[in-house]
Design a protein around this ligand. Structure first.
Ligand code: NAD
Ligand code: APR
Length: 236
């Protein structure tokens, strides 16, 4: 069914969450078994509060995260999505992920709602550096300001332009495909509802149930995204 909709649709958006990257080796957050927030407190590690008042743990946390990211790479699912964009089967990818794997796989014009872990920037002058600086124990800008990861922390709002473009895409999409998100974090989780309310079809591919399952025209639970995308690709 999904391969038919992909061929018929004129404006397909793929919306990804951390579940898109678990097969690359990056942990997600809310998976029952391995979700990071099952064992860690995001407010203590990935929030504006942590950056101000828990700085040593905040830095260690992102050093670990950046080291992990640098050891991982896009998997076959990322490659398939890049190929589908080149073939005109999907218009754009909107992601909650910060790993940059969609771009590394060749996808273009990717909207990153939660920023990127590929760079750090100065809290004072906003100068941007490669995130490798954190691995090299360099946390201070040439201006003397503190260097922080360029991700959206808990307590921060999403980049305005990114979210506005995503909202417009949701209003326009005739097919919205969610891959690997628990759809529990707003405002990103409002986008599939906007797409549905604007007359688009909603597809959710996620290992576990989500709060938006009742809105979906097609649900695929209990299966790995990589396998699902390979199967559909063979039918296109
Ligand atoms: P985070 O708070 O979102 O993720 C929790 C992190 O705890 C994990 O990434 C894990 O690597 C880290 N960690 C620190 N010490 C650890 C230890 N000793 N053992 C195991 N894990 C340890 O922080 P983040 O990953 O920097 O995320 C910033 C943004 O990145 C978040 O807003 C989130 O949306 C996003 N994110 C993206 C991906 C992805 O791009 N695939 C995956 C996870 C998180
Ligand atoms: N195939 C299919 N589904 C998967 C796979 C996989 N290989 N791996 C994990 N999943 C599913 C999990 O069952 C889970 O429901 O992906 C979902 C990932 O959900 P979350 O861990 O909540 O990640 P996400 O939805 O991206 O979180 C949103 O929350 O922590 C903040 O800013 C962070 O961007 C993140 C936001």
């Amino acid at each position: 069914m999904l391969e038919k909709w992909l061929k018929e649709s004129s404006y397909t958006i793929v919306f990804t969450g951390a579940g898109m990257s678990t097969e690359s080796g990056l942990p997600d957050f809310r998976s029952a078994k391995s979700g990071l927030w099952r064992t860690k407190n995001p407010q203590q590690l990935a929030s504006t509060y942590a950056m101000q008042h828990n700085r040593d743990e905040f830095i260690a946390f992102y050093q670990y995260r950046i080291r992990t990211l640098l050891k991982c790479k896009p998997h076959v699912g990322h490659m398939i999505l890049a190929d589908w964009q080149k073939r005109g089967l999907i218009h754009q990818i909107i992601t909650q992920n910060v790993d940059g794997f969609h771009q590394q796989a060749g996808s273009t014009n990717v909207i990153e709602l939660h920023g990127t872990l590929r760079t750090v920037h100065c809290s004072r002058c906003r100068r941007t550096y490669d995130a490798k600086r954190y691995v090299d124990e360099q946390f201070t800008c040439t201006c003397g300001g503190f260097l922080r990861p360029s991700v959206v922390l808990f307590g921060e709002s999403l980049p305005y332009d990114a979210f506005e473009q995503a909202w417009t895409a949701a209003e326009r999409a005739d097919l919205w495909i969610v891959l690997g998100s628990s759809l529990q974090v707003s405002p990103a989780n409002e986008l599939p509802v906007i797409a549905k309310r604007s007359g688009g079809k909603l597809v959710i591919v996620n290992m576990e149930p989500t709060p938006l399952d009742d809105w979906a025209d097609l649900l695929i639970h209990g299966r790995k995204i990589g396998e699902v995308l390979q199967e559909i690709d063979e039918l296109l």
